[in-house]
Design a protein around this ligand. Structure first.
Ligand code: UDP
Length: 375
């Protein structure tokens, strides 16, 4: 049996950094390469000239119920106690989503809101989360009205902008991320642990990678590195966090992704909007506006915002952000996966072609490490 104690990790994002550190901690040597000129992948952030931490690839809010994941990350950073809320502008009214009991009172006249609240509480236990596609199955006329309202005002147009499709044409798990919440808890997440790393995500990843057994090489393409070091790599385990179709030179075709791009603006005033994220489900071409200073309470006379626009991923033009989960794409992914050579492991959003949140990416890296650590 081949004993590997050297590891090459392709991709220096959260998944790559976590598995690198876990291997380094048990005495293995690790090389982490990334073709980008920075670490941290899509959770990369930086402090700009105004002293504001900018999340270059869109807002990242850490949240988890997983004790192992929380403990692991707390070795490398402290988190603040920021609890994310999302404001949505519906018919010109600012309210919170996921749609919840407070939302009822924001958008409807009080008497109607009260009637709907009573009907909701008769039908569902308090604190129930109901995906919109389930919530649409109502017999009662008032609740049917409410379901149609939420479907149209929150999901229909936003999903068209975000995915180019109707909510019932995409994987149900996607819209289920933002369920109707029969509750007055209007936070975006209910997880036990939530927050933003006090010195930013990049610093957190830098600390994860800061180990004598870990060598990081940026501006380094996997294919070139692998062909330049063919002989040596025969004794390496390889962890690949890039897109699995690219690894196999797209031989069965491309796995599709959605991408996003951001239009950044700096404004000469303290705040631009009332919240870190404001969604525009029905208006404009962007899906949402991020205002970054809220996350770490950065103090500045100026503020930086980013308008987020969704688009298809096109190789060489933009970045991969969201796998498009449907049966055809899953089958294509499985076909690639079945070709995996012995000493190679795929992980991360792109390697697993899964819409992971940050904690799930960390959990996956920890579980993979547990599986292979003695091999
Ligand atoms: N969604 C929506 N309206 C909203 C917010 C979300 O229709 O105001 C749908 C949309 O399809 C989106 C999905 O719910 O892609 C998941 O939203 P989430 O905020 O979790 O997406 P992320 O922050 O990961 O981009």
């Amino acid at each position: 049996m081949m004993i590997y104690n050297k590891n090459l990790i392709a991709g220096c994002g959260l998944s790559g950094a976590v598995i690198a550190r876990l291997l380094a901690d048990i005495g293995e040597k690790v090389i982490v390469i990334d073709r980008k000129n920075h670490i941290a992948g899509n959770i990369y952030d930086y402090k700009d000239e105004n002293g504001i931490y900018i999340h270059k690839y869109g807002s990242h809010i850490f949240h988890t119920n997983n004790e192992k994941v929380w403990e692991f990350l707390n070795r490398f950073t402290s988190f603040n106690t920021y609890m994310h809320k999302v404001i949505a502008l519906i018919d010109g009214i600012e309210t919170t989503i996921p749609f919840n009991i407070n939302t009822l009172y924001d958008v409807f006249p009080k008497s109607l809101a009260k009637r709907l609240e009573e009907k909701l509480l008769n039908k569902f236990e308090y604190n129930t989360k109901v995906p919109i596609l389930e919530f649409q199955k109502q017999d009662d006329n008032d609740l049917k009205f409410l379901a149609d309202y939420i479907y149209e005002k929150v999901f229909l147009h936003y999903t068209a902008k975000q995915w180019g499709k109707n909510p019932d044409e995409i994987a149900s798990a996607v819209t289920a991320r933002v369920p109707v919440h029969v509750s007055k808890d209007d936070r975006y997440f209910q997880d036990k642990y939530q927050g933003i790393p006090l010195n930013g995500y990049t610093k957190m990843v830098e600390n994860i990678l800061n180990h004598p057994n870990i060598e990081v090489k940026l501006n380094t393409d996997f294919k070139e590195f692998a062909s330049d070091n063919q002989e040596e790599l025969k004794n390496f385990r390889i962890f690949y966090t890039g897109s699995i179709d690219e690894f196999f030179d797209y031989k069965y075709g491309e796995l599709p992704y959605r991408s996003v791009h951001f239009k950044f603006e700096t404004h000469n005033r303290e705040f631009y909007q009332s919240n870190a994220v404001v969604n525009y489900p029905c208006n404009y071409d962007f899906t949402r506006i991020h205002e970054y200073k809220y996350y770490l309470n950065d103090e500045s006379d100026k503020t930086v915002i980013a308008k987020e626009y969704s688009e298809y991923f096109e190789n060489g033009k933009n970045e991969r952000y969201y796998p498009i989960c449907n049966d055809d794409n899953k089958n294509l992914y499985e076909k690639y996966l079945s070709q995996t050579p012995d000493n190679l492991y795929f992980l991360g959003r792109l390697g697993d072609y899964k819409y992971y949140d940050m904690d799930k990416a960390v959990e996956r890296a920890i579980n993979l490490f547990e599986e292979i650590k003695n091999g």
